[in-house]
Design a protein around this ligand. Structure first.
Ligand code: ZN
Length: 344
């Protein structure tokens, strides 16, 4: 651990000090709000509701004591899993749309075996938080603010390079607060484990985003092979409709699904630690999350990642935005210049 003056500090911290360290690093001097919410770990092992419409979840960014007070209140409730937003929100409303500009990049590494890759990575992070279930959350401060989309692209690139979870890249992401208990082991009758800061460097200069991204590839950038789907092949401007769920999942999420098609739920509102969603075999059969009920086709997958509703509830602006994103991903032309069907 290094303090702001660059002095080395090695000691065991009290629970509050872990949370304080991270909010000081990420939120000091930032505008807007931080969302801090808790959900109960239910008796059957699933995660209960975060009640994200509770105004009490939002504290002003940089107000350390308010942040700690909120964390303490949640910690006092039984079997509570406590999460926060590394990014700050323009308004006290949950979701990606509330996040305008971001000055931090992060990844969520679930697989402890991937931590060796992090050690070899050229850019030392500003903080590493051990999540309590073997993985780690890793944070890099940025020297300039990025628009949300660029932050997400940077997070995806870092995730791809480090073998981290590609689904955690969204700007409104929730991550576990250090200095709180991870209740997941209780599902197997074990004691909860602490989520804690294992490395923090307040003296390190923030990274230029371009320097951090140098040499990394955005897995979601359109790949030439996908351009073989063209209007001449009969699928018009919606080539994703010719694909099985696992194929468009690969293009949209940027990672390889398991052979059995089980994936962690893509919904930004569903912190699905074990794969609850199924990608079905066969064109048009789509995907479905058994835990939260999200599902549908390619456009619903984009919607879920953005925290939008899926299925018939996905409408108007949000639907159009998701179609536009699919067009970008699959490298098909500008919708304004061509006619197209409006159905999915
Ligand atoms: Zn789900």
């Amino acid at each position: 651990m290094r303090d702001r003056r660059g002095h080395r500090v090695d000691r065991v911290l009290a629970a509050d000090a872990h949370a304080a360290l991270l909010t000081e690093l990420l939120h000091t001097g930032r505008p807007g709000f931080v969302e801090v919410a808790g959900a109960p770990r239910l008796a059957d092992g699933r995660l209960g509701s975060f009640r994200r419409n509770d105004l009490g979840n939002f504290v002003r960014a940089g107000r350390r004591d308010d942040f700690l007070e909120r964390v303490r209140a949640l910690r006092s409730e039984e079997r509570r899993e406590i999460y926060f937003t590394p990014a700050t929100l323009r308004v006290p409303v949950p979701g990606n749309d509330s996040v305008d500009r971001v000055a931090v990049a992060w990844v969520d590494i679930d697989d402890a075996r991937r931590l060796a890759t992090l050690r070899r990575f050229g850019h030392r992070p500003h903080a590493v938080v051990a999540s309590g279930s073997g993985g780690a959350h890793v944070y890099w401060l940025l020297s300039e603010e990025l628009p949300g989309e660029r932050c997400e692209a940077l997070n995806r690139m870092l995730a791809a390079a480090l073998g981290a979870d590609p689904v955690s890249a969204n700007r409104g992401r929730f991550l576990r607060v250090p200095g709180t208990l991870n209740q997941k082991p209780t599902r197997r009758g074990l004691a909860p484990t602490w989520c804690r800061v294992v490395m923090c460097d307040l003296a390190r200069a923030p990274y230029r985003p371009a320097a951090l991204a140098a040499g990394l590839r955005d897995p979601r950038a359109p790949r030439p092979a996908q351009r073989t789907y063209s209007p001449e092949l009969g699928w018009g401007e919606e080539p994703w409709r010719a694909l099985e769920a696992r194929e468009y999942y690969r293009a949209i999420v940027g990672s390889e699904p398991r052979r059995d098609g089980k994936v962690r739920c893509p919904s930004a509102d569903h912190l699905d630690r074990h794969p609850s969603a199924q990608l079905y075999r066969g064109v048009g059969r789509g995907w479905y999350c058994f835990s939260c009920g999200a599902g549908g086709g390619a456009v619903d997958l984009v919607a879920a990642l953005r925290g939008y509703p899926t299925g018939p509830a996905l409408r108007r602006e949000e639907f159009r935005e998701c179609i536009a994103e699919l067009r970008r991903i699959f490298g098909v032309g500008d919708p304004a210049t061509r006619s197209r069907g409006r159905h999915r």
